[in-house]
Ligand binder design. Structure first.
Ligand SMILES: [Zn+2]
Length: 114
């Protein structure tokens, strides 16, 4: 049993509408994830990984590399944050993207003030 999204009454989980109030239900068996774009967490994750891999590279960074990592990690962080705020899907990827990009940003800031 689930609870109606509109009136809170207990209804059957496969019921498309609430028999009490007629409110439309999203059944748990067919979650509507299509309107939640997966490219947001995926892009966040991929950009975060790219930043992290660049960090692992020991070669010295020139100015362009620093700017590139700054942009990539910034984009990764923002996309991950958007996903975490608005979506239910892809949260693991979004969290990883945010964490990796945060590490990259901190490393970048640390290097810039050396
Ligand atoms: Zn209802």
């Amino acid at each position: 049993m689930i609870f109606c999204r509109c009136c809170g009454k207990e209804i059957h989980e496969t019921a498309p509408t609430c028999p009490q109030c007629g409110g439309p239900q999203q059944t748990s068996t067919a979650p509507q994830t299509n309107d939640e774009p997966l490219w947001i967490p995926i892009t966040s994750l991929v950009l975060g990984i790219i930043c992290a891999l660049t960090l692992l590279d020991d070669s010295p960074w020139d100015k362009d590399t620093k700017i590139g990592i700054g942009l990539l990690s910034g984009a990764s962080f923002v996309l991950g944050a958007i996903c975490l705020n608005k979506q239910k899907t892809g949260k693991g990827m979004a969290i990883t993207g945010v964490v990796l990009s945060s590490i990259a940003l901190f490393a970048l800031i640390g290097l810039s003030f050396k």
